[in-house]
Design a protein around this ligand. Structure first.
Ligand code: SAH
Ligand code: SF4
Length: 426
């Protein structure tokens, strides 16, 4: 999401007449986009800004964007006086104006809209870095307030775009030659069409039916808002990829309650059962937090059990990281760092074993990949399947397939995180 925000900021500013340069030395203004979801993000940002002191002496100016900017606000000017602009993502619409102020010599410019902002950052001038596959933000912000998470404080309240505007953007992309679109939102399936025309599942299907669009992905889905019609849409529209990312966070209903996720293990597993009942096999991935305050060894065991119950194809697992201003910071029974690391390792090892078995099931299958790149050292082409799995394959032809093209590949070998194959008919 941050990478896509940067694409939109760059596109908007280039449209205003600014030039994008490839390295800091050539820039007059450096905008540094930041994330604060985990770790001591603010510390990392200040360390990095320290390196910019040298560049400041050469007359360059600096802006800090993103969640650390929103979270730290004007404190950034105190700690890094050479920064002239601080803006959270809910104020990016105003960046062109802010840069006019900057050019007029102002040195303490802020865009720190409060949570109540209704603005969404829509622009026709997104500078997408990949010409085949691109993101579209359909909903911004979050109203869920999980006990550990900064997003509701840094990205503002939940606000959706109109489906008319989303579809217009998707059609423009199809006209420009994009074949894969990924719809984005902190909780993408909490989407509520501002015009009330389409549900999330209907919007998904409508994007998938645009001529020229061959693949549609969406991330991240929240279990609370995961409805059965999403699975029905995937079944009905072949271009909707057979992959759902559905963060569970914990396998223990007790911990889920402490996390304020507002669902139980059983509720989550019911949604998984819908996905498993689809006509075509849908790959599932998830996010998990280990070591949330109060997580007992028994709770953790339930998370481990969840891995086998669901049979995920990928898990993004994180050690709980206390974040400023969130309710979890003050919770009792924090887990020592060493214990968190151990739990993380146990979970990753277990998941690797499950993936080893599950990825091996693809051997012998014929699958379609979108070509992403080449590994000349290994003589392989890299592609991605509809299920979002990496497939490295060889071709008999000496002419390499074009990046962005689609090919049929026979899977010949597997690893826990990737597949190996041979292109068919090439
Ligand atoms: N809206 C999505 C997740 C967005 S944040 C959802 O609710 O599922 C991406 C992931 O970062 C989360 O799924 C969670 O696993 C992780 N995360 C968020 N805050 C965290 C924290 N304080 N410590 C560790 N991981 C965190
Ligand atoms: Fe954070 Fe996701 Fe919870 Fe929102 S729903 S507070 S983004 S973890």
């Amino acid at each position: 999401m941050n990478a896509h925000d940067s694409e939109k900021v760059i596109g908007t500013l280039v449209q205003q007449g600014y030039d994008k340069v490839e390295n800091e030395e050539d820039a007059d203004l450096i905008l540094y986009n930041t994330c604060s979801i985990r770790d001591k993000a603010e510390q990392k940002v200040f360390n990095r800004l320290n390196d910019y002191k040298r560049l400041h002496r050469q007359g360059k100016r600096f802006g800090v964007l993103g969640c650390v900017a929103q979270q730290e606000g004007e404190k950034i000017f105190e700690r890094a006086p050479y920064v002239s602009l601080v803006s959270g993502s809910a104020s990016y619409n105003k960046l062109p104006e802010m840069l006019v102020q900057l050019e007029a010599g102002n040195t303490r410019i802020t865009g720190l809209d409060d949570r109540q902002t209704e603005e969404t950052f829509e622009t026709e001038f997104t500078a997408r870095s990949n010409p085949h596959r691109g993101y579209i933000t359909i909903i911004e912000g979050c109203d869920k307030f999980c006990a550990y998470c900064v997003v509701p404080y840094t990205r503002g309240k939940e606000r959706s775009r109109t489906s008319t505007s989303v579809l217009a953007e998707a059609r423009r992309m199809a006209d420009q030659g994009y074949t894969e679109i990924q719809l984005l939102g902190q909780n993408v399936n909490s989407y509520r069409d501002q015009e009330g025309k389409r549900s999330f599942a209907e919007l998904l299907a409508a994007v998938g039916e645009i001529p020229g669009i061959r693949r549609v992905r969406f991330t991240t889905s929240h279990p609370r808002d995961f409805t059965q019609d999403i699975v029905q849409a995937i079944d009905a529209v072949p271009s909707l990829c057979d992959h759902v990312h559905l963060p569970v966070q914990s396998g223990s209903s007790r911990v889920l309650h402490l996390m304020q996720r507002e669902y139980t293990r059983e509720w989550y597993l019911e949604r998984i059962a819908w996905i498993k009942a689809a006509r075509r096999p849908i790959s599932m991935t998830t996010d998990i937090i280990v070591g949330f305050p109060g997580e007992t060894p028994e709770d953790f065991e339930q998370t481990i059990d969840m891995l086998a119950d669901v049979q995920y194809d990928g898990v993004f697992a994180f050690k709980y990281s206390p974040r400023p201003n969130t309710p979890a910071v003050t919770m009792a029974d924090s887990i020592p760092e060493e214990e968190k690391s151990q739990r993380l390792q146990i979970l990753l090892d277990r998941q690797r074993e499950l993936q080893r078995v599950n990825y091996a099931k693809h051997v012998g299958e014929e699958v379609e990949v979108m070509v992403e790149g080449y590994n000349s050292a290994r003589g392989q082409v890299n592609g991605r399947t509809s299920q979002n799995k990496t497939l490295n394959f060889t071709t008999r032809s000496t002419i390499l397939p074009a990046i962005g093209s689609y090919l049929k590949v026979k899977v010949t070998q597997s690893f826990p995180n990737s597949l190996v194959g041979e292109a068919m008919g090439l």
